[in-house]
Write a new protein. Structure first.
Lengths: 201, 201
DNA sequence: GTCTATACTTGGATAGAC
DNA sequence: GTCTATCCAAGTATAGAC
């Protein structure tokens, strides 16, 4: 009874899985229709039939992953206090890494740099994250001396740029301590500055 | 009397110029041997004769630019006090943008993500900048309460990641206010925190 | 050192059979 | 919806004439 599902409509998910895995393990540069199809054991022409183009497939694979991550970020951070924030952010980031989401995201941003159409699509996908980061920063700074000093929008952009940049570097050398050491510093600073935010550490 | 120079050995510089300009204006993806040669009005085969491969040419073009920038960074920042730092960093960054150096750097990092050989070379080129940033951070934090809270090496990596990430975003949408707004915030914060560093603002 | 010509490879995409 | 076969474009790199 699973036959129709497993072999029929479900092929879209198999293609999405193969595309995501190919980008994660081999990079966008090697994520050609032929390579993705070989990794997923299906015919290359199916990609064009179901997704139109390789670019559209890669974006669809990212969207599926990003949608799940955004839901999780909102759920975890919506009621986080400033004191809880640093460890929660660390945990979310490690989940991104574990799921391969950060790798695929950085790969597609990098590839978007050399492909106008892809770059424009990636910029669109940056917006909701920019808004999330900005609203969090604004919420935490409200009522503190920093509220008038820090441009929340610029800071949000800086955080996302740092996220993508760190992923890019990690992808080049596989050094996992980069982010960890940074979160360590962040948590030490947070515990010292917590009084400023009216929260006991 | 300029004939031999202009048409002979100087061809290497013409090739380097064309490579740099092609990456700057069209991106790595379009910086093929054919395109670079067309932009510089010389024969495509010369690239392989003089530089061996397109990758080696692009790295050589970056190295020439990065060497000049590193010299300038060292010169300007070596004796900068904490209070002077933010405006000087802004100026240096704007020079990077103006010269096209930040664009070419971000492009090659992005491309390195999808090309093992190029990625390894880019990592090597990151090291001197990491050391410069780390030593500056260490110098400024020395004797302050932050010295024990902040991991200088991790912070240096974060700054470079942010630099590359911002360049990547800028290249996608051409929004020049991203960095400017961030420097504005940085200068406001610096003027408030200056007392901590024993310097009058 | 510089040119022309070309061998070779890879990849996007489609036509048409099943 | 899925397959085979194929077209076409773009790129790296080299051989060999000049």
């Amino acid at each position: 009874m699973l036959k129709a599902t497993a072999q029929g409509a479900d092929i879209r998910n198999r293609i999405l899985d193969a595309a995501f895995e190919t980008v994660r393990t081999e990079g966008v540069a090697r994520a050609s229709a032929r390579t993705i199809a070989r990794n997923g054991s299906f015919n290359q022409a199916l990609i064009f039939y179901h997704f139109g183009s390789v670019n559209d497939l890669l974006l669809a694979a990212l969207d599926r992953s990003a949608g799940a991550r955004m839901e999780r970020y909102r759920e975890v951070l919506s009621q986080a206090s400033p004191a809880e924030f640093a460890p929660l952010a660390r945990q979310l980031y490690l989940e991104d890494v574990e799921a391969g989401h950060s790798t695929v995201l950085a790969e597609l941003f990098a590839a978007g740099s050399g492909n106008r159409a892809l770059g424009a699509e990636m910029l669109k996908r940056l917006q909701p994250w920019l808004e999330l980061a900005e609203s969090l920063i604004r919420r935490f700074l409200a009522g503190t001396p920093f509220a008038t000093l820090v441009d929340a929008r610029a800071a949000a952009g800086a955080v996302l740029a740092m996220y993508v940049g760190i992923d890019l570097f990690n992808h080049l050398d596989g050094d996992r301590s980069r982010a960890t050491d940074l979160f360590d510093s962040g948590e030490r600073l947070a515990s010292v500055f917590a009084p400023l935010f009216g929260v006991k550490s």
